[in-house]
Design a protein around this ligand. Structure first.
Ligand code: ZN
Length: 297
């Protein structure tokens, strides 16, 4: 498929309106098509902005192609192939081509957490399991580890340096845990948990010595990604000392630290959410999105 044609080269008879389809034959847009190539190689290319093509191929939105002479789809690694339908209209299937080297230099991905040092703490571990009373197959220690292991590369892709308090199932008592984490010298610690004790929805706990901005952002993201009820953000102090945080993962950490409780594993509605195969990915994405928002607002 030729990709060196300029818009001026287009002859009117080679331009047609067409129904653009995805690989499953679903209509995704109506487009302006341009015939390219010669003889057997003649084929249709569509005009569209790269972003529009990405959206169309990923079936995210319907995007009406415009006449704007932006780029041939071949340039961006897409193929357009005519398909036969009985309605007499021109139908063209748009799909990503295999192994196409992009002519345009791919734009560098913006790293939105560049230089950030973030420690993830998958709660519990070893004999400290927190098994769901509703289903012994659910163990909080496994879920928290899965979330952290999924989240680490997501944050690294955004440019962050990521530390883990544990990267496997292991015993990690409080004093040992906080000592290990403090030695990393991170600027922020996210302790990952699921909740128990009666209730449903997500909660985020923050320190009496920090504001609630991060906690609120993370709560929003957890609720929207996991589809759980928005419970609250809160601080809690020791009963005998209002100047000290109640939870050791906040009190004994020497930088900003939050505890995320994604959902209740002793609530049947929440547990069903937590037991979905991709729940740990959703949980991780929520935290990634929240951290990106926090550090960029
Ligand atoms: Zn926990």
């Amino acid at each position: 498929m030729g990709s060196n044609l300029s818009f001026e080269d287009i002859q009117p008879h080679l331009v047609r309106m067409a129904i653009l389809e995805n690989e499953s034959g679903q209509r995704i847009a109506t487009g302006i098509l341009l015939m390219t190539g010669e003889g057997d190689k003649r084929n249709w290319a569509a005009y569209a902005e790269k972003a529009a093509l990405e959206n169309i191929v990923q079936q995210k939105i319907e995007h009406p192609f415009s006449m704007a002479p932006v780029a041939l789809i071949a340039k961006y690694g897409y193929e357009a192939k005519q398909v036969d339908r009985a309605d007499g209209l021109l139908h063209v299937q748009i799909k990503k081509s295999a192994g196409v080297v992009q002519e345009s230099k791919p734009t560098e991905k913006v790293q939105r957490l560049k230089g950030r040092r973030i420690c993830l703490d998958p709660g519990h571990g070893g004999s400290n399991q927190n098994v769901s009373p509703l289903n012994p197959a659910y163990k909080e220690k496994d879920m928290t580890l899965k979330v952290a292991l999924a989240l680490k590369p997501m944050l690294e892709e955004e440019g962050a340096t990521v530390y883990l308090s544990r990267d496997k199932d292991m015993e990690l008592p409080p004093a040992e845990r906080t000592k290990k984490i403090n030695a990393y010298g991170a600027e922020l610690v996210v302790s990952i948990h699921t909740n128990a004790g009666g209730g449903n929805g997500a909660e985020v706990i923050y320190s009496i010595y920090s504001d609630d901005k991060l906690a609120k952002i993370l709560l929003e993201e957890l609720c929207s990604k996991l589809g759980v009820v928005k419970r609250k953000v809160f601080t809690r102090t020791l009963p005998d000392n209002p100047k000290k945080d109640y939870y050791f993962m906040i009190r004994d950490i020497n930088c900003q630290s939050v505890i995320t409780e994604g959902a209740f594993h002793d609530n049947s509605t929440d547990l069903a959410i937590l037991m979905k195969p991709d729940a740990h990915i959703k949980y991780a994405e929520a935290l990634r999105n929240g951290l990106v928002k926090y550090f960029n607002s």
